[in-house]
Design a protein around this ligand. Structure first.
Ligand SMILES: Nc1ncnc2c1ncn2[C@@H]1O[C@H](COP(=O)(O)OP(=O)(O)OP(=O)(O)O)[C@@H](O)[C@H]1O
Ligand SMILES: [Mg+2]
Length: 286
């Protein structure tokens, strides 16, 4: 690159950085819960870029909390281990053997990959699941689906202790039942319950689509509760998008200020959403 180009590049970068100041000030001390979907987790470079954004967020004074999914990684491991699953109404039944794999993959492979990526960027992260320190206790969602849980109580005090120590919590969506069972929780649902308990300023649901789409396939930049209900009733919001929009409404009711559903594969997705007025994805607020 010629010097002149480099100068111009630097000026643009400096201008961008400078225009981010009011946003940085707004998010200083703010709690931002980020759900990283299994489908949004890409290459090592994409993971490094995500981790760098999270470390930067903390550096400018925010308290980031990561909650992750891992559906594709669980499916791959079940296949490798040749564990067959039963399906009821299109949903996998989480029997005891499947639950072992779910816990291994989420709390082990996926969780530690994120923890390590944050460490590689100079941040300090601690990996835990909802089972640690009574973070999330669960009730069984539906006996037909086996060990799938719905959050019952969330004790977020451990997370505040971690914020005070400048540690970024990375949470696998598992919870303990009353009788010592381990339950798998949908990642979006877990992130929403945790964001609600923290009364988070922002809940970012990172996925593999640009946002919530209408029947014409256009991304809705802002959505009301009634619009969500309508699009769910007519089947436009389907599959993996249902727990996200449901979570968004529950989180807002629980005192979260705003929820954004956005494409986690887009470079610097979190930073663009938080620190510029581009605003990415679909925003849901009170
Ligand atoms: N109206 C809609 N707008 C956008 N996406 C939709 C809509 N209805 C259904 N979807 C689907 O929801 C998917 C996102 O949910 P999905 O559960 O697959 O991913 P994730 O939650 O990010 O990952 P994981 O479940 O592994 O954590 C999209 O890829 C899309 O196929
Ligand atoms: Mg999902």
């Amino acid at each position: 690159m010629k010097t002149q180009d480099m100068d111009r590049n630097w000026i643009t970068t400096a201008e961008t950085l400078s225009s981010a100041l009011p946003y940085m000030q707004r998010y200083s001390g703010a709690t931002v819960v980020i759900k990283l979907g299994g489908h949004a987790m890409g290459s090592d470079e994409a993971m490094a870029s995500f981790a760098r954004d999270v470390v930067l967020m903390q550096q400018v004074g925010a308290n980031p909390v990561i909650v992750h999914g891992g559906g594709p990684m669980i499916n791959a491991m079940l296949k490798r281990l040749d564990i067959q699953s039963e399906f009821v109404g299109g949903k996998r039944v989480t029997d005891a053997a499947t639950m072992e794999v779910v816990e291994m993959v989420l709390s082990g492979l996926v969780n530690k990959r994120i923890v390590q990526a944050i460490g590689d960027q100079g941040g300090r992260a601690i990996g835990l699941s909802g089972k640690d320190a009574q973070l999330v206790t669960c009730k069984q969602t539906n006996p037909d689906l086996g060990f799938v849980g719905t959050p019952d109580k969330v004790d977020a005090s451990i997370l505040r202790n971690l914020f005070d120590s400048n540690v970024i919590p990375v949470i696998a969506p598992l919870g303990a039942g009353e009788n010592g069972e381990t339950f798998n929780i949908n990642g979006d649902t877990a992130a929403g319950a945790i964001a609600g308990a923290l009364k988070a300023d922002r809940l970012l649901l990172l996925t593999d689509v640009a946002g919530v789409k209408n029947a014409d396939g256009e991304v809705l930049t802002e959505m009301s509760a009634s619009q969500i209900r309508e699009l769910t009733a007519d089947g436009t919001i389907a599959g993996g998008m249902i727990p996200k929009t449901e979570t968004a409404l529950d989180a807002i009711d629980a005192g979260v200020r705003a929820v954004v559903i956005l494409d986690g594969r887009a470079p610097n997705a979190c930073l663009l959403e938080l620190f510029t007025d581009h605003g990415a994805g679909s925003l849901i607020r009170k």
